[in-house]
Ligand binder design. Structure first.
Ligand code: ATP
Ligand code: MG
Length: 262
């Protein structure tokens, strides 16, 4: 089982879209995929037509007791409309967590510990996280083998990325195996100067960390979310889906390389 978290301390950069797109593509090639919604807004949960306001048992339950059991964790998993994609949903109660977690030791590993119970059941786990640094994002970073950081190609986006990279460095001071990450340029529009120059800047500053795949602006993502379908089910030939497929090929290639080297 391989765990990828998708995070950026900036909102609206394409995190949830990245989770949904990659989950769809991984499921298409036959992998069993679990997606985990750690965002109190529950966009990923809503995407698959579950209501974060109504959900009784969610990822929130993992934070109620310091010990999580296998049966507890399994009971949270929902089947989605997509055959090979299962979901651990978020509920709006998660919003209260940051306040409650203050001063409680050891809540940073709740998700990592829980995922160990389902190691044999899934090939890939994708974690969506909120755009704020707090106990939920810390859980996402602690649970993943590799981090994906979508960055909108526009002015000011790089400032947000700087913050995220500082967070990664902070996390790495506490981790045995260093957290590696891939930056994904998103909302790219080659007709705009802001897109072109910020992509150039990204390559200059973060070189090898930047994915070769650049995600273009594509209205099909919105259409897919309105229909509750993964983008590749709505339109496999769209530019956006092609770009995520390219990203996935790069990530799988990278993983093979790590296995060879390691
Ligand atoms: N490449 C794209 N082209 C056009 N629209 C996109 C693209 N990626 C995402 N969107 C749309 O932009 C909006 C924000 O995207 P998304 O929800 O994935 O961002 P997010 O980083 O998860 O946001 P938040 O921080 O609020 O959770 C959504 O309506 C989504 O459909
Ligand atoms: Mg989101």
């Amino acid at each position: 089982m391989q765990v990828w978290a998708v995070a950026n301390q900036k909102g609206g950069v394409g995190k949830t879209t990245t989770v949904v797109s990659l989950a769809g593509l991984l499921a298409e090639v036959g992998y069993r995929v679990l997606i985990v919604d750690l965002d109190p807004h529950g966009s990923l949960t809503s995407y698959f037509r579950f209501d974060p306001d109504e959900i009784e048992h969610s990822v929130y339950d993992l934070f109620e007791q310091s010990e999580v059991t296998a049966s507890k964790f399994r009971s949270l998993i929902l089947e989605t409309s997509h055959e090979s994609i299962s979901l651990v949903p978020a509920s709006t109660a998660l919003a209260t967590l940051e306040r409650k977690a203050v001063g409680k030791e050891g809540l940073g590993l709740q998700v990592a510990k829980s995922l160990r119970f389902v190691r044999e059941d899934y090939d890939y786990v994708l974690i969506d996280s909120p755009p704020v640094l707090g106990v939920l994002m810390v859980n996402a970073l602690a649970a993943c083998d590799h981090l994906l950081v979508p960055v909108q190609t526009e002015f000011l986006a790089l400032k947000g990325l700087e913050r995220m990279v500082r967070t990664i460095e902070m996390v790495n001071r506490a981790r045995k195996n260093k957290l590696t990450y891939t930056i994904i340029p998103t909302f790219y529009d080659r007709r705009t100067q802001a897109s072109v120059s910020s992509l150039r800047e990204l390559h200059k500053l973060y070189a090898d960390q930047v994915s070769n795949a650049v995600i273009p602006v594509d209205t099909k993502f919105r259409n897919a979310s309105i229909k509750g379908l993964v983008p590749s089910s709505l339109d496999a030939g769209s530019r956006g889906v092609h770009a995520y497929a390219r990203l996935l090929r790069g990530l799988l290639e990278r993983r093979k390389q790590v296995q060879v080297d390691g």
